[in-house]
Write a protein that binds this ligand. Structure first.
Ligand code: WTA
Length: 679
């Protein structure tokens, strides 16, 4: 143990939160909560989930204070559980406390079981998995941390991580954490322009990457992408290069190969020091750097990981998300590692080398929890059941779904074919901004059967509120409204990097005093929640969140394109796909096919390939109100061919535009059908 670091199961009560120990006597929850593998008393099992939930909302200070004291190791105890004022976006948890997240994710487990497997790296090539123990992961983390330090990276500095899913990516995250640097992982599918934008916004001092990445049998030139990105990033002093493949990287002046000693003392950090930034899409063109801090985020990730997935000591936890998304942060890295779990890093794709990949992996690694996205399930169910049934899935206990609404067909296929009707399937609703799962069934909650395709119940401490059109909280059941949350919880984001006002405006202004999620939801007769989808201009393509405004911004850069409007339309596998309405400069309309190809390339280089619109419709103008606002409702109806009822079009500047667009779409549809026939 690093000197001065105590807590969690060591019995050193004074070093825990002394102000809270006093009023614990009557409750069985606080002491019992020591997390999976805790050697403390286990009276927790005596409190029903209902009682835990009630305690979490009636006495949040006590609930969260006790959970933080018992589940986390502190260098210094906190003196105040929370200080929050949602209307101004001020959110603070566990104030005065100092800790280090990497100590909680590594050192505490190395003390108890150094040789327990922390990571199973399911490499792209099936059957070549690599196991990394807690001891090894700590060593690698320390080496990287020392390399960062010796190159002048200090507490508070931002570091971009542009790596494919791998133990080194996890170690890179934890190395930043160890020295108090702030990581921002950029999904390796993003273009070098998108990477550069994030590096600039965060002012990153360094980038950590691989020479190359591998996915689905294809090689991705990560280092070359970084080289292109950093050309426009003067803040970057060093690029640290790790090897994923044999091919040596071309090294330049600021590039550093990694080799350092394996011990690095952790930096004690304030509960509210920055832990990481993660860029995500909102309703404007510029992605926002969502800020998460140390203790609250970690506690919430660890508690939800245990309860939502019914995680138990010895399980092999399989979340197949990429570490570039929040799901990868909370349920590949931080939640599982904090709980001392063995967590799977899935580098490949669901169909490489064939559509049995997930289930073959489940059999080979003996996975207990399988957590993935509906888009992959919708793809796989088209291939038939034999790809699933071929493999032994008896190790599975819980199934989970995340990122987008799960349709009934996918839910039932996952539940009955994959899980043989034997494993609870949890539909988990949450967001980059919420840090961890907020609404989901809890499988260990006996007596609460799971309703198919519903996120159902709020997690401990979460109080959902549905808002009506006039901004009023709706009471009663069997209603639909804007999904808000009325009380802060430890995992909620703290800010948007460099723009706190945007944070306040986006989340706390629409319904003063409440967190607004941007999603709509339905509350059933039984009081359970079902998410109905985004209420803003954010769409969800293959489980990846995208702002339509971001795509429009990329398209608008083309000199021949005065104006565009992008909307999302349903797609049977991807969930949604972008549909672009494009106005071309008049003299260019003959070259339309060439321009459209340039537009596709533009989106791929500005954002990512998955953001390229599936449909382009050239129109002469867009439907606008007299005040100049594009009426997207009309565009949606045209794209989905539901124009019988257009609703009120009286505020349109010139209603004849509607007919024009419908005709253009009709023409486009015919063309596509002919093309299909030819194929
Ligand atoms: C959507 C992903 C329906 C939702 C963890 C949310 C869901 C956005 C669900 C956040 C679900 C996530 N059912 N919709 N179970 N889970 N969403 O930030 O629209 O990448 O606002 O976080 O995904 O996406 P993000």
């Amino acid at each position: 143990t690093p000197e001065g670091w105590e807590g969690r199961g060591t019995g050193s009560e004074e070093r825990r939160c002394s102000s809270l120990t006093a009023d614990r006597s009557g409750s069985t929850w606080p002491r019992a909560a020591g997390g999976p593998g805790s050697s403390g008393p286990t009276e927790l099992s005596r409190l029903s989930h209902g009682d835990l939930y009630r305690l979490s909302v009636t006495d949040p200070d006590r609930f969260w204070g006790s959970a933080a004291a018992d589940r986390l190791r502190w260098a210094e105890p906190f003196h105040r559980v929370r200080d929050c004022d949602l209307s101004s976006g001020r959110i603070g948890w566990f104030l005065g406390g100092k800790l280090n997240v990497s100590v909680n994710c590594l050192d505490v487990h190395v003390e108890k079981h150094p040789d327990r497997v922390a990571l199973i790296w399911e490499r792209d090539e099936p059957g070549t998995e690599v196991k990394v123990t807690y001891r090894e992961l700590l060593e690698t983390t320390c080496r990287l941390a020392n390399a960062l330090k010796s190159h002048g990276i200090n507490k508070g500095d931002r570091v971009a991580i542009y790596m494919s899913v791998s133990p080194l990516a996890v170690a890179a995250m934890l190395a930043c954490v160890r020295i108090g640097a702030v990581h921002t992982v950029v999904f390796a599918g993003f273009s070098s322009d998108a990477l550069a934008g994030r590096i600039q916004d965060a002012g990153c001092k360094a980038v950590i990457t691989f020479n190359e990445g591998v996915r689905g049998g294809r090689v991705i030139q990560l280092k070359a992408m970084v080289d292109a990105a950093v050309k426009t990033c003067p803040s970057v002093q060093h690029v640290f290069v790790c090897q994923r493949t044999e091919t040596p990287a071309v090294m330049g002046e600021r590039d550093v190969r990694l080799e350092e000693p394996a011990v690095c003392a952790p930096e004690p950090l304030d509960s509210e020091d920055l832990l990481f930034l993660l860029y995500t899409s909102g309703s404007t063109g510029k992605p926002k750097g969502v800020v998460h801090t140390q203790a609250g985020y970690l506690l919430y990730a660890s508690l939800t990981h245990q309860y939502v997935f019914d995680y138990r000591d010895g399980d092999v936890f399989g979340c197949v998300a990429d570490v570039g998304w929040i799901t990868g942060h909370s349920y590949v890295v931080y939640g599982p590692l904090c709980n001392g779990a063995t967590t799977v890093l899935f580098e490949s794709t669901p169909v490489y080398p064939n559509p049995g990949r997930y289930w073959e992996t489940v059999e080979r690694l003996r996975i207990s929890q399988f957590y993935g996205a509906p888009t992959a399930l919708r793809l796989l169910l088209k291939y038939g059941e034999s790809w699933v049934k071929k493999y032994d899935r008896s190790s599975l206990r819980t199934l989970g779904s995340v990122g987008e609404p799960i349709n009934h067909e996918a839910w039932h296929w996952f539940h009955s074919v994959v899980g043989e009707g034997r494993c609870p399937l949890v539909d988990t609703w949450w967001q980059t901004e919420t840090g961890g799962v907020c609404i989901a069934p809890r499988p260990a909650d006996e007596g609460a059967p799971i309703v198919p395709a519903m996120a159902m119940r709020p997690f401990f401490g979460i109080q959902p509120v549905l808002m009506g059109e006039k901004g009023e909280p709706l009471s009663g059941n069997d209603i639909t409204g804007a999904l808000c949350i009325s009380q802060p919880w430890p995992g909620i984001a703290r800010s948007i990097y460099g723009d706190h006002q945007r944070f306040v405006d986006a989340y706390f202004k629409p319904y003063p005093g409440f967190y607004f999620s941007g999603d709509g939801a339905y509350r059933s007769e039984d009081g359970f929640y079902q998410i109905t989808g985004r209420m803003d201009d954010v769409i969800n393509v293959s489980g990846h969140r995208l702002g339509t405004a971001e795509i429009e911004d990329a398209l608008d850069e083309h000199p021949a394109v005065p104006e565009t409007a992008v909307i999302g339309i349903p797609h049977d596998i991807k969930g949604e796909v972008p549909f672009a309405f494009v106005v071309l400069k008049e003299d260019l309309s003959d070259d339309a096919p060439a321009v459209l190809q340039q537009l596709r390339d533009l989106v791929a280089t500005k954002i990512a390939k998955y953001a390229v619109p599936e449909h382009f419709l050239v129109v002469t103008r867009l439907p606008k109100t007299r005040s100049g606002k594009i009426m997207r409702r009309i565009l949606r109806k045209v794209a989905m061919e539901t124009t019988e009822d257009l609703g009120d079009v009286s505020t349109l500047d010139d209603p004849s535009v509607v007919k024009e667009i419908i005709e253009a779409h009709e023409e486009y549809r015919k063309q596509r059908e002919e093309e299909k026939k030819k194929k």
